[in-house]
Design a protein around this ligand. Structure first.
Ligand SMILES: CC(C)(COP(=O)(O)OP(=O)(O)OC[C@H]1O[C@@H](n2cnc3c(N)ncnc32)[C@H](O)[C@@H]1OP(=O)(O)O)[C@@H](O)C(=O)NCCC(=O)NCCS
Length: 135
């Protein structure tokens, strides 16, 4: 899968003031990271082997420029560099003035969804099971 690009317009609900990551009405860093991670997930999904999925394991993002409400932010994710089961993506965001808003790196791991979730199901079942009476 080649590079993927996603365009977002900053709304009031995307701001640091609303999301609680700051006081000001500018694009919140966690929202920007979410947009970049969604782009990486989309690229990973498109090249994922059958029966596997990917989970995010590392996020490294430099937020370089503030974006006010109404700004259009374009998030781009490269195709991954693969290191066995680890996928490494380069991500960036630019605004409608063509200036860099963010650059970074995202890592994801290919996992078997059944195996990944089984331990939680087993733990929930063990917690729900009636206690064995002591002898
Ligand atoms: C991805 C991750 C499993 C890799 O860690 P790791 O150190 O290589 O994993 P471990 O070898 O210690 O395995 C721990 C457990 O993870 C699960 N796991 C590991 N590799 C797996 C794989 N390829 N497929 C499915 N589950 C896997 C298993 O449940 C394993 O326990 P088990 O060996 O008893 O079955 C771990 O870093 C992780 O879960 N990170 C959080 C990812 C996340 O939740 N992201 C947000 C959602 S996208």
């Amino acid at each position: 899968m080649a590079v993927q690009t996603f365009e977002h317009t900053v709304t009031e609900g995307d701001t640091a003031a609303v999301l609680g990551s700051g006081d000001l009405a500018v694009l919140a860093t966690p929202r920007l990271i979410n947009w970049l991670e969604r782009a990486a997930y989309a690229v990973a999904k498109a090249s994922c082997p059958a029966g596997q999925t990917s989970v995010g394991t590392l996020v490294k993002v430099e937020h370089l420029k503030a974006s006010p409400v109404g700004a259009v932010v374009t998030c781009t994710c490269s195709k991954p560099i693969s290191d066995g089961r680890r996928l490494i993506f380069h991500v960036k965001a630019v605004d409608d003035a063509g200036e860099q808003v963010a650059v970074g790196e995202m890592h994801r791991r290919l996992v078997d969804p059944q195996r990944f979730m089984t331990r939680f199901v087993e733990a929930a079942e063990a917690a729900a099971a009636p206690a064995t009476p002591a002898e």
